[in-house]
Ligand binder design. Structure first.
Ligand code: COA
Length: 329
């Protein structure tokens, strides 16, 4: 059977870190509150003019290509998941293509916020299983720090910058992606939002009160929290059931790194030990579309996940969106 399989992963995190203690000098917060409510201790923040969404995505892509032993000219498709592109046009995938010289690749971006990497993986898998493409680079890369109001304690404590990548290739073995599950609910979308520039043109009668700059990211934290702790266990049960497996058969769950309490609650609802849920949010915070591929890369490179086992990737985010992928290593 033709499947898609991961043959390389990579990641990039900015060298600069911002601790909870440093944040408490900027806004009315403290380390104990942040750790207790989120599990986050620090986050990586892009500080250089050159440390862009494209730059970080390129670094992660180069690491993944190196692990895969593939040259960039062999890539048929580049998919980039991001909601924080450096440019609205050209897209980030085209810019990464130019940076790595993937001259034969077709390139586009996917915006599904924190579920973006899973949506991109599912798209890549469909291209591979249909026989259209053989080798695909999937990147999640974010500079969320540019969208944050650093005076807003309800959001500025949560997010970080970074990038992760995976190379998917056609596989004729039993290894690879066994299934995907994804969904969207636009009716709940305003729980997490980042508005674009307003419509301001000579044909609009009153434009003088409209802001010139982009607004900041805003969120209804509790609504998102409730949605996540309900949706992830639901997806886990469905996708394992569809593949004649039970949640118990999955060796590791790589969940979107948004909040440690969400991850603990999912483990509890599934009656699974927390050790099956690797985390890095303590040092990375929520890096949105980059969160799952950064964690995946850590798990591959540190041999946390083992050949022959089943792993499950699962995420949720703005849109509202959600997605899961079941992988046999
Ligand atoms: N430091 C100290 N106090 C803070 C604070 C901060 N950074 N942020 C909020 N508070 C205060 C609130 O003002 C509130 O005070 P009050 O009781 O006097 O009104 C109190 O802490 C509780 O706030 P609340 O919003 O109810 O906290 P919470 O337990 O829901 O935790 C989040 C807030 C954001 C950590 C939590 O809702 C969350 O993680 N939600 C999911 C967000 C998410 O994952 N987003 C991305 C999805 S991809």
């Amino acid at each position: 059977m033709l499947r898609s399989n991961i043959i390389g992963t990579g990641s990039y995190l900015p060298a600069h870190t911002l601790s909870n203690h440093e944040l408490s000098k900027l806004v009315d917060t403290n380390n104990d509150w942040i750790v207790e409510r989120t599990g986050i201790c620090s986050r990586h923040i892009a500080t250089e003019e050159t440390e862009t969404t494209v730059f970080m995505g390129t670094k992660a892509a180069q690491n993944a290509l190196e692990m895969a032993g593939l040259t960039a000219d062999k890539l048929d498709l580049i998919l980039v998941a991001t909601f924080t592109p450096d440019y609205i046009m050209p897209n980030t995938a085209c810019q990464i293509q130019a940076a790595i010289h993937a001259t034969n690749a077709f390139c586009f971006d996917i915006n599904a916020a924190c579920s973006g990497f899973l949506y991109a993986l599912q798209t890549a898998d469909a291209y591979i299983r249909s026989g259209i493409y053989h080798s695909i680079l999937v990147v999640g890369t974010e500079t969320i720090s540019r969208t944050i109001d650093w005076q807003d304690r309800s959001t500025c404590i949560l997010f970080g910058d970074g990038a992760g990548a995976a190379i998917l290739s056609a596989s004729h073995t039993e290894k690879g992606f066994l299934g995907f599950l994804s969904g969207s609910d636009g009716s709940g979308g305003m729980a997490l939002q980042l508005k674009n520039r307003p419509i301001k043109n000579p044909c609009r009668p009153t434009t003088k009160d409209l802001p010139d700059s982009f607004p900041y990211l805003s969120m209804n934290g509790q609504e998102v929290f409730q949605f996540a702790v309900r949706k992830i266990p639901e997806m886990v049960k469905s996708i394992t059931g569809q593949n004649q497996l039970s949640p118990e058969d999955i060796s590791h769950y790589l969940l979107h790194q948004a909040n440690l309490r969400i991850i603990k609650s999912v483990a509890k609802r599934l009656s699974l030990p927390e050790e099956r849920f690797p985390v890095n949010l303590s040092e990375c915070g929520n890096t949105s579309a980059a969160s799952i591929p950064i964690l995946l890369d850590k798990c591959y490179r540190n041999s946390i996940i083992q050949l022959g086992s089943y792993i499950l990737l699962s995420g949720f985010g703005g849109g509202l969106t959600w997605g899961s992928a079941l992988l046999k290593l």
